[in-house]
Design a protein. Sequence first.
Length: 436
Amino acid sequence: MTDRVEDTDVLVVGGGTAGFGAAIAAARQGARVTLLEATSKVGGVMAFCPGMPWGGAYPMDEIIGGLIEELTVRLASMDPPAAEKRNCTLDNFGPEIIYDHDLATLTMFEMLEEAGVRVRLGTIAIAPDMDGDTVSAVQCCDRQGPFSIKSKYVIDCSGDGDISAKAGVPYVLGDASGNMMAVTISFFMVGVDWKRAFADPDPYFEKYAAKGVAENRLHRDLAKLYLMRGFHEGTVFCNSVHVRGVDGTDPVAVGAATQEGRRRCRQLAQFLRSDVPGFENAHMSMLSPTVGVRETRKLQGIYRLKGEDLARATKFEDGVVACDNPIDDVMRAEGEMTHDAAIGSGQYYTIPFRSLVPEKVTNLMFAGRILSADPAAFASVRGMPQCMAMGQATGTAAALALRSGATVQEVSREELVRCLSQQGINRLNVVEMAAQ
Ligand SMILES: Cc1cc2nc3c(=O)[nH]c(=O)nc-3n(C[C@H](O)[C@H](O)[C@H](O)COP(=O)(O)OP(=O)(O)OC[C@H]3O[C@@H](n4cnc5c(N)ncnc54)[C@H](O)[C@@H]3O)c2cc1C
C-alpha cells in the first residue's frame, strides 16, 4: 500500500500503437487521460523494432482513416517528407506505410501532448484494485516507488494484458496448445547499394541464405531473410531473426531471447557483408533494444473474432476498423512463417467493438494485440494501423461512457460507430449483420 494516490478519468496502460490511439481519442473528447508506459518511449513494438512498416493500412487500397491517417499525413507533409506509401514485396500484403522512425515517435509524442494526455514514461501498472466487477484503482510503480491511480475507466493496451488478466478477464495464451508466435529482433544495414542488393526480386534472398545455413554460418531459422528497403536511401530493414518458443509474459525469457537474437543479428550482418552483393560497405545500426513480441494473451471479450468471420468478409454492425491482412503466422512451435490470404481478393472485414470489451468488468476495455480473437483471426488483425484504430475506438467509447456514467458494456455501439466515422475512420457505414 502507498499514500501516493492520483486520479484520472481514463487510464490507458501501455503506450504502443493501441495505447497511443486510445489516449488521444479519449482526451480529444474532453476526458482527463493518463497514459502509463513502462519503457522510455512510446510506440511499443514499433519502438522495439524501429523502422517496422505500418502494414495493412490500405484495405481495398483505401487508407483505414482516423489517427493513422492523421499521423501519416503529418509525417508526409514534412519537408522533406518523413513517410510514404509503398507496395509490400510479400504475397497477399497490401501497400504499407514506411516512415522515419525518429520523426514518427517524436510526432506521436507531440500529438499526445497536444491532446493534453498526461504521459508517464518509466511507469509500470502492476495490479488492479477490484470493487466487485469494477476496477477502482490501478497499483503502479515508478522510480519513486509504488503509488496508485484511481480511474473511472481503464483501457488495457499493454500487449500482454497483465491488468485485464488480474482483473479476472479469462484469456488464452497463444494457440490452443499454448504455442506463441516467435519473437523477433530487427536491425538496419546502413550504406547499402540498393540497386545491386535488390537486383534479384526474391524478398527472402533464399539462394544466399541457403548457402549460409548449409555452411553453418547462419542459424537454420534464417533460411528466409526478409530484407526490405528502409525509408532512407541506402538503408535496409532486416526483419529476419526470429526466436521460437519464448513466452513474452516472462521477463527472464524475453531477456534471454533478446541476447540470443542479438548474436544472430551480428552473424547475419557479417554474412550480408561477406556474401550478398550491395552490402559490402554497409554496417549494422538500430539493433532492437528488446525483442518484438507478437503474441501472448488473447483476452476473452463479449465476442471472439474467428477465422471464419474473416473468410466471410464479415462487416460487423459494431465494426470499428477495416482489415484485409493475410494470416501472418510466424514460426509457432515448429511451424513456418506463412501469410496465406485471410479473405478473397478485393474484400475486407471489420473488427467488432465487442472483441475489445470483457463480459463482466464494468469499466475496463482492451485494445491492440490482446483483443479477443482465435489464432487465425489474431494472425490477421494485429497490424499496427488496426491496433491504433482499436485504441481509437476504445478511447472514444470511454469518453462516451464517461458522459453518462455508463458501463463499457452499455456504450451505444451505434453512437460509437457514428463517432468513429465522424473522426474519419472509413468503411464503417457498411452494416451487414453477421451470423453470430
Ligand atoms: C517482430 C514483429 C514484426 C511485426 N511486423 C509488423 C509489420 O510489419 N507491420 C505491422 O503493421 N505490424 C507488425 N507487427 C505487429 C504489430 O507490431 C503489433 O501487433 C502491434 O505493434 C501491437 O501493438 P499494441 O499497442 O497492441 O502492443 P505493443 O506494441 O506490444 O505495446 C504495448 C506497450 O505496453 C507497454 N506495457 C506493457 N505492460 C505494461 C504495464 N504493465 N505498464 C505499463 N506499460 C506496459 C509496453 O512497454 C509497450 O510499449 C509485428 C510485430 C512484431 C513483434
